[in-house]
Write a protein that binds this ligand. Structure first.
Ligand SMILES: C[S@@+](CC[C@H](N)C(=O)[O-])C[C@H]1O[C@@H](n2cnc3c(N)ncnc32)[C@H](O)[C@@H]1O
Length: 271
């Protein structure tokens, strides 16, 4: 249930997901290769992890970030990106902007949290100008791409209820293609984005997941013997190298499409 996943601490999110977000966001932007000088909308900008990359890498003319979580937005407003980007509360399914306001809209690691993903994509298509880009990337939730999938599996094995987002199916590549085509977008393409992250050691990994918005509270509530068992299982699943570091991968699906240019069918020929 999505209401158990609480994005109310932007700093904890930064350690838990911000690092993964940047790794995936870098590969995503390489693929997108956007022009500079665009007006960007970052839908579900969270604590601004990807917004920062838009500002650093894309030389935008303007950036708006929207997210329902004030806790995330408060952190985003402390970033260097806030010199360029505006952050405000909003919902992907009812974007607080008039039509044709932006040149590019992106939903980074968000689509599976949107209860009606088709409405969210239609909203991005509405606020982007003809010829502009509508894009997203999301962990492949159903294909095991989520960075903390192994931990969730082990928790479920212990009988702990793990909260799930409302629309995990929207992160499949075929679902993304259908959503983008269904919103009338053209030149739709998808691709896989694989990334790897290194934790300093197991304690670093554990402190990171304890602060996470999805299972941090469930971990903190475990009985000491359950916690010890879970840690032992996770050490097996995430073996350390000779220096104690833990490195493992995650996988996302990315999608991009363009808003069609107008065709004026009522125009009379001259003369
Ligand atoms: C995994 S975080 C991604 C944050 C950021 N885009 C990133 O790449 O790090 C998911 C974000 O989606 C936001 N979110 C949840 N439901 C939403 C909705 N209906 N509309 C817009 N954002 C939503 C959450 O508040 C959270 O900040």
């Amino acid at each position: 249930m999505t209401d158990q996943i609480r994005f109310d601490d932007g700093a904890a999110y930064e350690r838990y997901m911000g690092e993964w977000s940047r790794l995936a966001g870098d590969a995503f932007l390489d693929w997108l290769a956007p022009a500079s000088g665009l007006r960007w909308l970052d839908v579900g900008c969270g604590n601004g992890a990807f917004t920062e990359m838009i500002v650093e890498r894309c030389a935008p003319a303007a950036v708006e970030g929207i997210d329902p979580s004030e806790g995330q937005l408060a952190y985003a407003r402390t970033r260097p990106a806030a010199r360029v980007a505006q952050f405000r509360q909003g919902d992907a399914m009812a974007l607080p902007f008039p039509g044709e306001t932006f040149d590019a809209a992106v939903m980074p690691l968000v689509i599976f949290f949107v209860p009606d993903p088709a409405r969210g994509v239609a909203e991005m298509a509405r606020v982007v100008c003809p010829g502009g880009m509508v894009t997203a990337y999301a962990w492949d939730m159903e294909g095991g791409g989520f960075p903390y999938q192994a931990l969730h599996d082990e928790l479920r094995g212990l009988g702990v209820a793990v909260p799930t987002p409302p629309s995990p199916e929207a992160s499949r590549a075929d679902a993304m293609r259908d959503l983008w085509a269904g919103a009338g977008l053209e030149s739709v393409e998808t691709r896989e984005v694989s990334v790897r992250r290194t934790f300093d050691d197991f304690d670093d990994y554990w402190a990171t997941v304890l602060g996470g918005p999805s299972v941090g509270r469930q971990l903190a509530a475990l009985a000491p013997d359950e916690c010890a068992l879970l840690k032992a299982r996770m050490r097996e699943r995430l073996p350390a190298d000779g220096a104690g570091r833990i490195t493992y991968g995650a996988r996302a699906n990315a999608v991009k499409g363009r808003v069609p240019n107008y065709v004026c069918i009522n125009q009379m020929p001259p003369g």
